[in-house]
Design a protein around this ligand. Structure first.
Ligand code: CA
Length: 232
């Protein structure tokens, strides 16, 4: 299968930097679009989300962090991999950016070689995540993550939204113990003050619904739960 060219959008207000990036990325085979302002970048990115975004943090008008916040909030652009371009003294902004969901950052001045390596690494990670996200299989359990459907030994099982999220998280981390607190955070989005017995109740129900495959969810006494995967 021939790979289509990855489309990269650069948001950078300094023409010299944008030009060097565009030249080198195009030479590497990427399709490149350059935008120079945060305000106009937002609607352009929403209309036509790229495969990856290189975003300068210091922009006139809407700055890079504010743009990141808005992009991550919008379903149309939330999944677009994002690499920040930052100055050396923008450490706080870098941390905020990563917390907002940026994938990586590059500090100016940078070499085009370095930028290309980072871009390829982020695109590779994104592809791996997309594959593992869409279909999970563990023994007789099959999960279509995007379609929200579950099969056990070929038979579809009706799970509630919470049961489905719980199963997905356990399957993604199969063979690794998940503490109740981790599950509360990642499945329920709860804080520490919520009763961890909520997890036990849902695991019990989920096991029942999974029938014979239910015993794949093992109790790790005093810790939490682990979904036993298929040993190779
Ligand atoms: Ca700038």
């Amino acid at each position: 299968m021939k790979m289509t060219r990855a489309r990269i959008t650069i948001v950078e207000d300094e023409p010299a930097i944008a030009e060097v990036l565009q030249y080198n990325l195009e030479r590497e085979g990427f399709a490149v679009r350059v935008l120079t302002e945060g305000d106009t970048a937002l609607p352009a990115l929403r209309r036509d989300p790229p495969d990856l975004l290189l975003l300068d943090l210091m922009l006139p008008g809407l700055d890079g962090l504010e743009l990141t916040r808005l992009l991550k909030r919008d379903p149309a652009t939330a999944d677009v991999p994002l690499i920040m371009l930052t100055a050396k003294d923008e450490e706080t902004d870098r941390i905020v950016g990563l917390e907002l969901g940026a994938d990586d950052y590059i500090t100016k001045p940078f070499s085009p070689r370095e930028v290309i390596l980072r871009i390829k690494a982020v695109l590779r990670r994104g592809r791996a995540a997309a594959t593992s996200r869409s279909l999970l299989e563990t023994g007789e359990i099959r999960i279509d993550v995007e379609g929200h459907r579950t099969w056990v030994a070929g038979e579809e099982q009706a799970l509630t939204a919470t049961e489905f999220r719980l199963l997905t998280v356990l399957a993604e981390r199969r063979d690794r113990v998940q503490r109740r607190a981790d599950l509360l955070r990642d499945v329920w989005g709860y804080r520490d003050d919520v009763d961890s017995r909520t997890v036990d109740t849902h695991v019990r129900r989920l096991r029942r619904k999974l029938g014979g495959a239910g015993d794949r969810i093992e109790t790790v006494v005093g810790v939490g739960y682990r979904l036993r995967g298929e040993r190779p």
